[in-house]
Design a protein around this ligand. Structure first.
Ligand code: DLL
Length: 435
């Protein structure tokens, strides 16, 4: 049995509560003093930092949402001067503007710590060879896992995403033992491996930490069988820190949340009411050690539940159930966060189509695909083919430049897309992610 930091990972509930309470109070005081948006929200709610005396008081505080970060884009919610910020990351947001996050040196240390714990949870150690096939760059996956793996003294292969054949060649030749990538990419690698004639016995792979998107227990089984490894789930979001907010242990019965840094709550997404352990709802986090961008009751829109029962692995950290979906309409397509409204505004801006569109998301060969159907006027439809092709190309190019994803665009005749009497159905997600 190995823990990276047993002091925190195996702490008694009383000790954890006391640490969390003290850190929470300090955080609230700090954001109240330094971040106008928090002070305003708290004043409106009639709350002062002194009112927060216990964890139970957390529910008195107002929520924070992606909207707040958007409203203060890019750095308005940072709590320290820019001279203290040593790294920026970002994820795509609702308007094409990304959600920007900033880390102080201490924040990076915290991140490294939680990723080190996650890797240890997957059985990694200094002898491991960790292939990081998450994208490097503004996305937190690549660099996040990278520095955590270095911290535990493992050998890191910073290969980044894509170039599947090279990934497999490296995996075989360098003796990779731990693979880090999205679960869909792990399955794609497994398929390509079979195509390339690489046998399971040619590899030294032992485990993988897979996340950044929802995946089912069936998918876990398939990855485990095809790659012959233990497949663990790692969860996180840029706003909170990146990968490492929580991770599976070998029991695979819920992801342990690094509670000494992030306090979780589950709320009813409609009423905002806090729900008891075991009940499914929207996951909300309060960061209690972050310096650059502390977030108070940040709504993730991810659906999960909490379990405080003792885990067989010995960790006492609360477990969250595998994320099964979202409480908003955000789609995650090949790791990119996409809101249907973003596509709608791109179409409206181009202006040569009717306002009827349908997004078809699927998973082909384990990779996400996006097809956009959009109606055009009967005149254009009857017009020469070249005009249609030009328009398709234009939409495709704009989607790719604003969202960074490749979509297939199909212009269709008026009335092709089914009309709804209630809310328009804009998305067909055929990926069927059921846990
Ligand atoms: O996806 C961070 C990450 C990188 C996590 C690598 C794990 C591994 P964002 O790009 O900000 O950050 O996207 C965050 O992705 O709110 C969830 O909806 C989804 N997500 C992340 N991990 C999981 C997971 C990274 N294990 C959003 N299961 C989150 C389900 C996940 N959904």
């Amino acid at each position: 049995m190995q823990y990276w930091n047993s002091t925190y990972e195996c702490m008694s509930r009383d000790e954890m509560t006391s640490i969390q309470t003290e850190r929470l109070k300090r955080t609230i005081e700090k954001v109240y003093q330094n971040v106008p948006i928090y002070r305003d929200k708290m004043q409106k709610a009639g709350i002062e930092p002194g009112d927060i005396k216990s964890l139970d008081d957390l529910k008195k505080l107002p929520f924070t949402d992606k909207q707040d970060l958007r409203y203060t884009y890019p750095f308005g919610m940072f709590t320290v001067p820019m001279s203290e910020i040593v790294r920026i990351h970002a994820s795509s947001g609702t308007t094409g503007k990304p959600t920007v996050v900033g880390y102080t040196r201490k924040d990076l240390e915290t991140w490294v710590e939680v990723v080190a714990r996650s890797l240890y949870s997957a059985g990694a150690n200094k002898k491991s060879i960790v292939q990081v096939a998450y994208g490097y760059g503004l996305f937190t996956g690549g660099l996040g896992i990278h520095y955590g793996a270095e911290k535990i003294g493992a050998t890191v292969i910073p290969v980044s995403g894509g170039n599947t054949k090279r990934q497999l060649q490296i995996m075989k030749d360098f003796g990779t033992t731990i693979l880090a990538c999205t679960p869909s990419y792990a399955l794609y690698l497994a398929e390509e491996m079979e195509e390339m004639g690489i046998k399971r016995s040619d590899l030294k792979l032992e485990a993988g930490i897979f996340g950044a998107e929802s995946w089912s227990e069936n998918m876990r089984k398939e990855i485990e069988e095809r790659l012959g490894i233990m497949a663990l789930d790692i969860y996180g979001l840029s706003e909170i820190i990146g990968p490492g907010v929580s991770v599976d242990c070998y029991c695979k019965c819920g992801l342990h949340i690094q509670e000494d840094h992030f306090i979780p709550e589950i709320i009813d997404p409609d009423t905002g009411e806090v729900l008891p352990p075991g009940t499914k709802g929207e996951l909300v986090f309060t960061t209690i050690t972050k310096e650059g961008l502390p977030l108070i009751r940040y709504r993730t829109h991810d659906i999960s539940s909490l379990n405080y029962e003792k885990c067989e692995c010995g960790r006492t950290l609360v477990r969250m159930s595998k994320v099964t979906g979202r409480s908003d309409d955000m789609l995650i397509i090949r790791g990119v966060n996409v809101f249907p409204s973003q596509i709608e505004s791109i179409l409206l801006e181009i202006g040569e189509t009717a306002p009827h569109y349908l997004l078809i998301v699927d998973r082909v060969d384990n990779l996400d695909t996006l097809e956009i159907w959009v109606e055009v006027s009967r005149d254009l439809f009857k017009d020469e083919v070249k005009k249609m092709e030009d328009l398709e190309r234009k939409i495709k190019k704009e989607i790719s430049s604003v969202l960074g994803i490749n979509a297939k665009v199909k212009l269709v005749e008026p009335k092709t897309i089914e009309r709804s009497e209630g809310k328009a159905k804009r998305v067909i997600d055929r990926r069927k992610i059921q846990v």
